[in-house]
Design a protein around this ligand. Sequence first.
Ligand code: FE2
Length: 165
Amino acid sequence: MARVSNLLGSWAEARALDEVDVTRWRAAGHLHDVLRDEEFEVLRERLPPSERDLPGPLLHGPAAAECLRIEGVEDGPLLTAVAWHTVGDPRFGPLGRALYAADFLEPGRSSEPELRARLRARMPDALDAVVLEVARARLGRGLWKGTPILPRSAAFWNRLVEEHS
Ligand SMILES: [Fe+2]
């Protein structure tokens, strides 16, 4: 989480965001995986019924956002970013997109090091174009594995493609 947070902080500073936004971007990095090691069933119980059917590995994002909301966090873009950092969401603004990208590009990940380094080098200037490539890599991997594409992920992909065309 520290690596993702540092990456987000450096991008926020490079985009000349103000101090509050730099803190928000760093906070999203620190918080997004806070429940990643929790049991799936425990996470499921924390979620509203509409989100309980998500596959186990995708539950930690919405559960973390729900905890933050209950604790009084009212920052909608931050909550959306945390909730859907593995799935993608068509509502993502710059913060959601940056977290989605940072989660994939953080230097601690061992697979596809060249792709990740190449995309990292284009950040944060080419945020939207890089996010499209990250989504292509993530969704493409799911397609090859034969896993279902969630409607939210498909809507996110369609939004990115529409913007890019
Ligand atoms: Fe995660």
